[in-house]
Design a protein around this ligand. Sequence first.
Ligand code: BJW
Ligand code: ZN
Length: 237
Amino acid sequence: MIKEVQSWLRSARSVAVLTGAGMSAESGVPTFRGENGLWRNYRPEDLATPEAFERDPKLVWEWYDWRRGLIAACQPHEGHRALVLLEERTLQFLLITQNVDGLHERAGSRQVRRLHGSIWILRCTRCGDEHEDLTARLADIPPHCACGGMLRPGVVWFGETLPEDAWRDAQLAAQQAEVFLVVGTSAVVQPAASLALIASNASSKVVEVNPDATPLSSFVAASLRGPAGQVLSEIIS
Ligand code: BJW
Ligand code: ZN
């Protein structure tokens, strides 16, 4: 199957990629679900919802600050670099990511759409101003804006809508892609997971890269069971 996928990717004029937390696992960033996932120790409704932030902003910020410190110490891996190579050699390419860690951008990917925002962006809950802050650990928790309002992480929590532009571009890319790669996502969070169905319905060859089966595995054109770093390096060469 590796050889076949290699040749699909070589001949495709249009490729789109959807990545999830498993993409960053080999860099040392914990995934959400599964054995060592973040949700093993924390309930999503306690930390990743607007209600949780309203209830206890300090607790939510402590979790995000801890994750910012952890991610700052991580480096992109060979799989991130393989996707940069794929972008460089493909006529029409879009990398759609659910990840908030910024590792794709650090590896050199340029056409990136972030469906769930960025952990490095801080947004004011009062004036709406937002800025990037790459400090590994913030000095004040919770941080405040110059206007006096409280800042929040620039990520998309459960119940919030996705950034409109990114979501529109992602849907379009899924419809147009000849090959649609789905890497390291459990495919349970909507609407991100629906992109694979959009691609499949548009006759794209959907290829899944994941050590485990997911709800997508039964209908994809190829299911490559293995870690993202190794499999992506093999299929993009
Ligand atoms: C490896 C690996 C290795 C391990 N290599 N792989 C329909 C039905 C029911 C509910 C809903 C519905 N539609 C919407 C909802 C509600 C909700 C939702 O989906 N709930 C379900 C969970 C039930 N969705 C929302 O609320 C979303 N908003 C919304 O729908 O607004 C309306 C709207 C509709 C249409 C258009 C636009 C808007 C918002 C969802 C926001 C998700 N936010 C989070 C937190 C982000 C901030 C943060 O980081 O803290 O996003 S939750 C968390 O899950 C995070 C992730 O991006 C997301 C997805 O997780 P992911 O990436 O798949 O990670 P894991 O851990 O689940 O899986 C890792 C995978 O990697 C596993 O499969 C491993 O096997 C694999 N793996 N090692 C390759 N080395
Ligand atoms: Zn402000």
